[in-house]
Design a protein around this ligand. Structure first.
Ligand code: ADP
Ligand code: MG
Length: 749
């Protein structure tokens, strides 16, 4: 019997196993079984060349009869023609490009699957540049072998993602070998669920997806296997939530006469309905005796920080401390300054002018001087600092809290589960409550999966009185006048006392090159927080000119179109002190223009900044551009975002930019982003260097299924937390997670 955990080499031999491992990262039988067909060729279309209809998309099985080069009437070069036959009729395959390659592949007498759209040229039927799947020689030599005949006896022939080293045909063969002796063990889906949803058994589904008898068979299999992906994952997440909720936490109920109430009274604006609702939910969560794990997602500028501060003050009022973890120094410092400003006397305990029941705010970053650092550490340790703002430096071992009650993590996508866990462990009695904030709103089902162990609150509205942001694509190549106009606009704003950002995809200069280290979970965000232009790698591949760089752009603007304005430079390779100084100067209006990398992407809040100019805008992702745009239009004056690009109208890159210009709705843009990138990449597959566990399930298209799976899985786990009564599910979860549970959930979805 073969089980899903068997290593491939034992079943297939070392050679094939090695090829599959190299090409697809497969190790076990289970990995191979979940290598599903990319599509199915239909048997009915294989042999009858005479019946092919013009304009029809077909897949045919045929033999190559003749391959010849033909001159291109009048033009330079030649084309390649292969005549294929089904024994009776003939069809021409025509190739205009890579003719040498096709000539080598299409050997006379070889058989293959050819797929394309039928057209007619000079009275002959042809396929232009068909998809070709050549069958191995052994088969060709002896005609259709028994095996082959068996394979093609089915109506639908699976076509697998293949590679140069192993063909779809060989993969089909390896899988078929396994199906005969396969023991899948207990079904991971509970019987009740299968019955309720009308799902077939796992064994049946695996067989049907690889060797469907007909379209219905394949559809049934696909639906069942999607349920497996959704349900096993959601059950794993439900277990994680369940375990987390079993930890004791100190309840921090609100009080009516504390700092939080005084803070509310000080607020210069009234909260939006969304802020009030989310704030209320969080206040109730904090009052519970088990830890809150909540994601607060909201559009850029929707006012998440205020909610976080209120939550932190509630904890302080209840005698605890709250930590705010920011992904970069720039952000940590900004949060520190703005929280101090928001609190005023409420944050100056023991200082002149401090309010009576005040607390203190401490800042802790990696680059602080020794004295300041010691003072901060002491305040954290004694509990004098009720609110502690910092970067990763907060996670270090020697940072001790008196009574850490709440952790707020800003801009979640840059932190991982391990880091959340590291901070959590700093709470002495019980676990701290955790609030995660992200300004990259994503569809709810995606959030439920990506942040599956968190409850989700969403702010959908922006505070009233926000100025609109106009976004325009500036085509550098065909409208040079528009570029001049861009800089004129910057000068006009500066003349009115307002400020502008100019963002470039690259730092430039002689530092470490852009290696895509984007301050991701594994990196060191204190200095890795830029050069995040998503397209850098592509650029190298495509041989385009290097992206524009801050260190080139700043002097050329200063000596050219922006001469006379006060320019500052900000990027992640600057020492933290310099960054802070520049940011402070910009905040205080001592600079007119900030030429920067994406360090300013997240969270930076300067209401007087009204123009955002993005150089080589096509090098950034849709969500990233939306984030950047969110840096302007935060004050009274209207915001303007100009996306400069050399990309041609109609190109995919231009269409992305046009989409950003066309809407201010971050949710629809994040959807677009998700659709355009592969979902796995979005979920961290790229960083984790692992393959996605989601093969059939689409986080966007299968929302209903995922929602249902989450509900059902939560119920199953609530009734049987260790899944002792659900051994099949337990086994599937442990196969899914492997030894590094948390890491997997965090990164490899
Ligand atoms: P984000 O959700 O992007 O982190 P912030 O919390 O930085 O947004 O808020 C953006 C700005 O909006 C801040 O200057 C903040 O003081 C202000 N703000 C927050 N809530 C309101 C509100 N209800 N009315 C008016 N302004 C608000
Ligand atoms: Mg923010």
């Amino acid at each position: 019997m073969t089980t899903v955990r068997d290593p491939l080499d034992r079943v297939l031999g070392a050679k094939t196993a090695k090829v599959l491992g190299g090409a697809f990262g497969m190790e076990t039988v289970g990995d191979l079984l979940r290598h599903y067909p990319r599509r199915y060729a239909t048997r009915g279309e294989l042999t009858k060349l005479s019946s092919l209809q013009e304009g029809e998309h077909v897949t045919i099985l045929a033999r190559v009869a003749l391959v010849q080069r033909r001159p291109m009437g009048g033009r330079r070069g030649d084309r390649l023609e292969a005549i294929v036959t089904d024994g009776t009729d003939r069809l021409v395959l025509t190739f205009f490009h890579k003719t040498g390659y096709w000539q080598r592949l299409l050997k006379p007498d070889a058989q293959g699957l050819f797929a394309g759209t039928v057209s007619t040229f000079r009275g002959r039927r042809q396929l232009i540049h068909p998809d070709c799947e050549m069958l191995p020689d052994e088969v060709t030599e002896s005609g259709l072998s028994a095996e082959m005949a068996a394979e093609y006896a089915a109506e639908l022939i699976p076509v697998y993602p293949a590679s140069a080293k192993i063909s779809s045909w060989q993969i089909a063969k390896a899988i078929r070998m396994m199906l005969d002796t396969l023991d899948l063990g207990e079904d991971p889906l509970p019987r009740g669920l299968r019955e309720q949803q009308g799902l077939c058994g796992l064994h049946e589904a695996i067989i049907a997806i690889h060797r469907p008898l007909d379209v219905d068979d394949y559809r049934r299999a696909r639906r069942r296997l999607k349920w497996d992906e959704a349900f096993v994952l959601q059950a794993a997440l439900a277990q994680r939530r369940h375990a987390a909720a079993a930890w004791p936490a100190t309840p921090r109920p609100p009080v009516s006469d504390g700092i939080a109430a005084a803070f509310d009274a000080r607020l210069p604006f009234s909260l939006t309905d969304g802020q009030r609702a989310a704030g209320g939910t969080i206040a109730a969560d904090l009052a519970c005796a088990f830890p809150m794990h909540r994601l607060l997602q909201g559009e850029v500028g929707s006012g998440k920080t205020v909610i976080a501060v209120r939550a932190m003050l509630q904890v302080v009022d209840a005698g605890g401390q709250a930590a705010l973890l920011a992904p970069t120094e720039v952000l940590a410092q900004q949060h520190y300054r703005s929280i101090c400003a928001m609190l005023g006397p409420l944050g100056q305990a023991g200082r002149l002018g401090g309010a009576e029941n005040a607390t203190r705010v401490a800042l802790l970053t990696g680059s602080m001087g020794v004295a300041a650092r010691r003072e901060a550490l002491t305040d954290v340790f004694t509990g004098d600092a009720g609110i502690v703002v910092g970067t990763h430096a907060l996670l270090e071992e020697h940072v001790r809290f008196a009574d850490l009650g709440l952790i707020v993590i800003d801009e979640q996508h840059r932190f991982g589960v391990q880091q959340r866990d590291a901070l959590r462990e700093k709470a002495a009695g019980g676990r701290p409550h955790v609030l995660v904030m992200t300004a990259t709103p994503i569809p709810r089902t995606v959030a439920m999966t990506v942040y599956g162990d968190l409850e989700v609150s969403t702010l959908t509205e922006l505070p009233a009185g926000r100025s609109p942001i106009g976004t325009h694509v500036v085509p550098v190549a065909d409208k040079p006048r528009f570029v001049e106009r861009t800089w004129e606009r910057v000068r006009e704003e500066a003349a009115q006392g307002r400020q502008a950002y100019v963002v470039c995809p690259r730092v430039g200069g002689t530092g470490p090159s852009a290696d895509g280290s984007d301050g991701g979970a594994a990196g060191d965000p204190d200095d890795g927080d830029d050069e995040g232009g998503a397209g850098l790698d592509e650029a190298v591949v495509a041989g385009r000119r290097p992206p524009l760089a801050v260190l080139d752009m700043a002097p050329s603007l200063a000596g050219g179109p922006l001469a006379g304005l006060r320019l500052g430079v900000l990027h992640g390779r600057m020492p933290a002190d310099d960054k802070d100084r520049v940011m402070r100067a910009f905040t205080e209006g001592d600079l007119d223009v900030l030429v920067a990398t994406t360090v300013i992407e997240v969270g930076v809040d300067v209401p007087n900044a009204t123009v955002m100019v993005v150089m080589d805008a096509d090098r950034f992702g849709v969500s990233q551009l939306h984030q950047l745009r969110g840096r302007v239009g935060r004050g009274r004056a209207e915001g303007l975002c100009l996306l400069l690009t050399e990309m041609e109208p109609g190109s995919p890159a231009r269409e992305r930019l046009d989409a950003v210009a066309a809407t201010l709705d971050g949710f629809s843009l994040s959807r677009l982003d998700l659709e355009q990138r592969r979902e796995g990449d979005v979920l961290g597959e790229a960083q984790a260097g692992r393959r996605s566990s989601l093969k059939l399930l689409s986080l966007l298209a299968d929302e209903d299924l995922i929602r249902q799976a989450r509900e059902d899985a939560t119920e199953v786990v609530a009734g049987d937390p260790d899944l002792t009564g659900h051994p099949g599910l337990a086994a599937a979860i442990s196969d899914l997670l492997g030894p590094q549970r948390a890491e997997f959930l965090d990164k490899a979805l």
